[in-house]
Design a protein around this ligand. Structure first.
Ligand SMILES: C[S@@+](CC[C@H](N)C(=O)[O-])C[C@H]1O[C@@H](n2cnc3c(N)ncnc32)[C@H](O)[C@@H]1O
Length: 278
C-alpha cells in the first residue's frame, strides 16, 4: 500500500504500520529521552495538566526496512512517560490521514492511554487541541512532519499560547538542501509557510549556504519573538548512507527545558545549525 509516496503495510491486528528507515530509532530515542528527563518537572503539574501533543502522529507503529517492528512516536512517548516519574495526563494526537490517525488511536486506547484524537491537518487540529488544554499545565509537543513547508509557523504560534510548552521539532535538512533554489521561486510557498515574511528580509542572490544560514537565523529570530527560543544545539539525524536528513530541535521558554536538552542531546557531535557541515 502506498500513501503520499510512503509505504505502509498491515500488522497482525490489521492495523496500518509505516515503513521507516533505521534512523527512526535515533529520532525516537531523543524524544523518549526527553520525556524521561522531563518527568520530575511533569510530576509537579499532574494536578493541572501535563499533555503530550503529536499532530503528525502516523499510525503508532513502524516497520524498519529489513528490520524490527517498533512503536511510533505517540505510543513510544506514552509508554516512556508511564514508566517515568510522571505519565502524561492526556495524549493528544492528529494526522492529516484519517486511517493513520485511527490506527494510532486504537493502539493507544488498547494500551489504556488517555488518548484524544483530533482530525487533521495539523493547522486545523492544533488550535482545537491548544484550546482544550489547561493553560496552567506543563505540556510537551513533538512536531514530526516529512518536509519543511508542513512545519508551518502558525503551528508554533498556536503552541506558544500555552504558558509552559516544550517542543521538539523535525526540521528537514535534506528538503532545505535539495530544494533551496526551487522554494525561493515565487511559485513555491514552502519557505513562506516555514518562515513567513522571509522575502522582505533575506537576499536570494547569495550562495545557497548563505541563504540557508540566513533563513534559519530569521526563523530563530521569529521563534524568539513569540517567546519560544530554540536550543543552540540541534540533534542531526543521519540516514544509513550517513546522509544528513533532519535536525531535531528543542523550542522552549523555560531554562530547565534547555538544561534537560543539553543533557540528552549530543552537543559535542552536533555543535550548531550548520547546514553544510559534514
Ligand atoms: C514522519 S510521519 C510521522 C511519524 C511519527 N511521528 C512517528 O515517529 O511514528 C509524518 C506524518 O505526517 C502526516 N502529515 C503530512 N502532512 C500533514 C499535515 N499537514 N497535517 C497533519 N499530518 C500530516 C503524514 O500522514 C504522516 O503520518
Amino acid at each position: 500500500m502506498v500513501r503520499k509516496g510512503k509505504r505502509y503495510s498491515l500488522d497482525e491486528h490489521g492495523l496500518l504500520v509505516e515503513d521507516v528507515g533505521s534512523w527512526a530509532v535515533d529520532k525516537l530515542k531523543i524524544v523518549t529521552d526527553y520525556v524521561q528527563a522531563s518527568s520530575a518537572a511533569r510530576r509537579r503539574y499532574l494536578r493541572s495538566e501535563a499533555a503530550y501533543i503529536d499532530v503528525f502522529c502516523g499510525p503508532g507503529r513502524s516497520q524498519i526496512r529489513r528490520g524490527a517492528l517498533i512503536d511510533g512516536s505517540p505510543v513510544a512517548a506514552f509508554k516512556k512517560a508511564k514508566v517515568s516519574l510522571a505519565p502524561f495526563t492526556s495524549i493528544n494526537i492528529s494526522d492529516a490521514d484519517p486511517e493513520l490517525l485511527a490506527a494510532a488511536q486504537k493502539r493507544l486506547s488498547d494500551l489504556g492511554a488517555p488518548v484524544r484524537a483530533t482530525p487533521g491537518p495539523a493547522n486545523s487540529a492544533i488550535p482545537k487541541i491548544v484550546e482544550s488544554l489547561n493553560k496552567n499545565g506543563l505540556h510537551f509537543a513533538f512536531l514530526d512532519p516529512h518536509n519543511l513547508g508542513t512545519l508551518s509557523f502558525d503551528l508554533l504560534e498556536n503552541l506558544a499560547m500555552l504558558k509552559r510548552i516544550d517542543i521538539i521539532v523535525h526540521v528537514s535538512v535534506s528538503d532545505l538542501q535539495r530544494n533551496t533554489d526551487r522554494y525561493t521561486s515565487t511559485d513555491h510557498d514552502q519557505f513562506d509557510r516555514f518562515a513567513p515574511g522571509w522575502r522582505a528580509h533575506i537576499k536570494t542572490n547569495v550562495s545557497q549556504k548563505t541563504f540557508r544560514d540566513s533563513l534559519i537565523e530569521y526563523w530563530s529570530d521569529k521563534l524568539e519573538s513569540i517567546g519560544l527560543p530554540r536550543a543552540k544545539h540541534a540533534e542531526l539525524i543521519r540516514g544509513t548512507r550517513n546522509q544528513r536528513l533532519y535536525w531535531l530541535i528543542l523550542l522552549a521558554r523555560h531554562e530547565l527545558a534547555h538544561t534537560l536538552w543539553e543533557r540528552i542531546s549530543s552537543p559535542a557531535r552536533s555543535p550548531e545549525l550548520d547546514f553544510d557541515a559534514e
